[in-house]
Ligand binder design. Structure first.
Ligand code: E4P
Length: 223
């Protein structure tokens, strides 16, 4: 399973890239607004220099021609850019046009398996159901991941299910078990996945025992 970072923060991206576990990055206008300080283009180019995998850049136009202008512009910034297009009638049309031009797309704001099926048929290579936002309104976000992953595999569709809007580490495990090809996680969730209280306790214990053994040896030698 591939793991992406859901951020536009360069420091977070550099950190997880150094761990050797980062397969790609997803950004959106909200994540860009959180970091600011440079143009969206400049940030995307910097991310693409750090991460060789897919980097999603989201369009904000709501008509097809506007989406095409923005998406073609993003696609020229780096070879690994994937244009993120919201699910809608115009979004589907734009996805299908991008497909014809050889530009990869990530269909975002998917909340049902049917929306995902349409996006895959239009030609999106990444399908992004939002798990956390469904859970937030008392629905079962993971059901959409499971259903869509099954549909993609059953019909051998040329698309990957990207589990998005991840809120906690359990969402990552459940996405993997539900068959998602990819999950995109906030930096905090990556950090939470690393840690376990028993790991921390074990490291402290090994360190203490090591120091005690060395002190005993030194005392034996009369140091
Ligand atoms: C990723 O592609 C999405 O934009 C992101 O996961 C949305 O997450 P949120 O629901 O926490 O904003």
């Amino acid at each position: 399973m591939k793991l992406f970072l859901d951020t536009a923060d360069i420091d977070e991206i550099r950190t997880v890239a150094r761990w050797g576990v980062l397969d790609g990055v997803t950004t959106n206008p909200t994540l860009y607004a959180k970091v600011g300080g440079a143009s969206y283009d400049a940030i995307l180019q910097e991310i693409c220099r750090i991460v060789p995998g897919p980097v999603s850049a989201e369009v904000v136009a709501d008509e097809v021609e506007g989406m095409l202008v923005e998406g073609r512009h993003f696609a020229k910034l780096a070879d690994n850019i994937v244009v993120k297009v919201p699910m809608s009638e115009t979004g589907l049309e734009a996805i299908s046009r991008f497909r014809a031009e050889g530009i990869r797309t990530n269909c975002t704001l998917i909340f049902t398996a049917n929306q995902g099926l349409l996006a895959a048929k239009a030609g999106a290579s990444l399908l992004s159901p939002f798990v956390g936002r469904l859970d937030d309104i008392n629905e079962e976000g993971m059901t959409v991941i499971r259903e869509l992953a099954e549909i993609v595999r059953f019909f051998e569709l040329d698309a990957e299910v990207l589990s998005a809007s991840i809120r906690h580490p359990r969402h990552v495990t459940e996405s993997a078990l539900a068959g998602a090809h990819i999950a995109t996680l906030p930096f905090k969730v990556f950090q939470q996945m690393v840690r376990h209280p028993l790991t921390d306790k074990g490291i402290a214990q090994f360190r203490a025992d090591w120091e005690a053994a060395r002190a005993a040896l030194a005392a034996q030698k009369g140091d």
